[in-house]
Design a protein around this ligand. Structure first.
Ligand SMILES: [Zn+2]
Length: 428
């Protein structure tokens, strides 16, 4: 029953072929067996799921997630993060190595793989670039890649040393995996807590200038060009970074990029509320930056949308703004924000949005998924595009509650998540 479902009555969105229209999807033995476009007759039988009015996509993939295992299992575990992912419509996630201890060796990659084998969605570990993410010595990247690390990153901080970053790109290139850069020069960011702007001045808070991000993005693009390595710019937050990536792509440099829902929906002036859930890194910027990020998504400069799901305990987030940690959770709101803020206003088509949420991350990380075709794993997200709901983190599967979107009304939500042919989440 679980393995051989027929999804009938819905419309499929397949960014690989550009098809957005009615289809029946046949799942067998954990794979997609057949896609019947514009079916003349409705399939019948007890394993048919009637999905009239629903959208059927290749399973969504979130390539930037922080699970807090090992180290802070009170905030998130591999299992709870995977459950939050399933509820948010994601069939796969990639987890960042800024755990305690960091994912900086083959053993820890294996530990994550072991935990992931019990999880409802696929979890791909990302290995650290430097030992302990200290920015001093490169990790054993080849060994980690051999154990399944899909990328390397010191996310949470940028790799400050230029020579180390150059060598990281060279090693990662030989494993054919990207280096994911959290672009921020810490000397420029100093002790900043929000975007440097007239708002930070008015609030008397120390600012993080946009150039702290842009300068490192420029460096990483130049190093990717010089080494032939593959660079992925995480959570693009400024108009200047979007411009740099656009030019680099035109020049044929191997650069890809992602944006988060908070960076295409929220601006720095909201911090007048002192809500620490708005304290994220990179910080929320200005309307001009938000517009540039949206434009970058529209023209393909920014390839992917990723949540940067960053769980923190209430005790930590209830500190004063200056002392609270950076980060907001996002697995269970990302899709609703994409539909409400990008698709419904007509900025992105369904094909473009689903590409950012599935095909692009699958391609960047070189993992299965992103396509609705025979022989592909039966990883599918079913979306009710009209479902109206209000964000209530108290109902989240995530162990943490730190979202800046509490109380926000959204339209559109994943109602079923299928991984390897198994229904791992369902509201139906
Ligand atoms: Zn980051």
């Amino acid at each position: 029953m679980k393995n051989n479902l027929i999804l009938a009555g819905g419309k499929i969105v397949d960014p690989a072929t550009g098809y957005f229209g009615p289809a029946a999807v046949y799942l067998e033995n954990g794979q997609i067996a057949k896609i019947e476009k514009r079916p003349k007759e409705k399939p019948s039988g007890k394993n048919v799921l009637k999905l009239d009015g629903m959208i059927i996509c290749p399973g969504l993939i979130d390539m930037h997630v922080h699970l807090r295992e090992p180290g802070r299992e009170d905030e998130e575990t591999v299992l709870s993060g995977a459950e939050a992912a399933a509820a948010g419509g994601f069939t796969a996630i990639a987890c960042m190595p800024n755990t305690d201890p960091a994912i900086d060796n083959a053993e820890t990659v294996e530990y994550i793989n072991e935990r992931a084998s019990l999880a409802p969605v696929k979890v791909y570990p990302i290995g650290a670039v430097t030992v302990g993410r200290k920015g001093e010595n490169l990790t054993e990247m080849m060994e980690m890649a051999a154990c399944g690390a899909v990328a390397f990153s010191d996310d949470g901080s940028g790799v400050q040393n230029n020579d180390l970053m150059r060598r990281a790109l060279e090693y990662a290139r030989s494993c054919d995996v990207p280096v994911i850069s959290h672009c921020e020069y810490s000397d420029l960011a100093a002790e900043g807590v929000m975007n440097e702007s007239f708002v930070s001045t008015r609030l008397g808070m120390k600012g993080i200038p946009s150039v702290a991000e842009e300068l490192m993005a420029a460096r990483d693009i130049m190093l990717a060009q010089y080494t032939g390595g593959i660079i992925h710019i995480a959570h693009v937050s400024t108009a200047g970074t979007v411009d740099l990536i656009r030019k680099a792509k035109k020049a044929g440099i191997r650069v890809t990029a992602e944006a988060t829902p908070h960076h295409f929906t929220l601006t720095d002036d909201l911090i007048e509320s002192f809500d620490t859930n708005l304290k994220v890194n990179p910080p929320l910027r200005t309307k001009k930056d938000v517009d540039a990020v949206k434009k970058g998504l529209k023209d393909g400069t920014i390839d992917a949308i990723a949540s940067d799901h960053a769980p923190h305990s209430p005790e930590e987030k209830e500190l004063e703004f200056d002392y609270a940690p950076f980060g907001a959770i996002g697995l269970e709101t990302a899709l609703g924000l994409v539909i409400t803020e990008l698709i419904d206003p007509g900025l992105l088509s369904w094909i473009e949005a689903v590409k950012c949420l599935s095909l692009a991350p699958a391609t960047i990380l070189n993992v299965p998924g992103g396509k609705l075709e025979a022989g592909a794993p039966a990883d599918i997200t079913v979306i009710d595009p009209k479902l109206e709901w209000m964000v209530n983190p108290d109902e989240f599967k995530s162990l943490s509650r730190n979202t800046p979107f509490r109380g926000r009304k959204l339209t559109g939500r994943a109602v079923m998540t299928i991984v390897n042919g198994n229904v791992v989440y369902s509201m139906m």
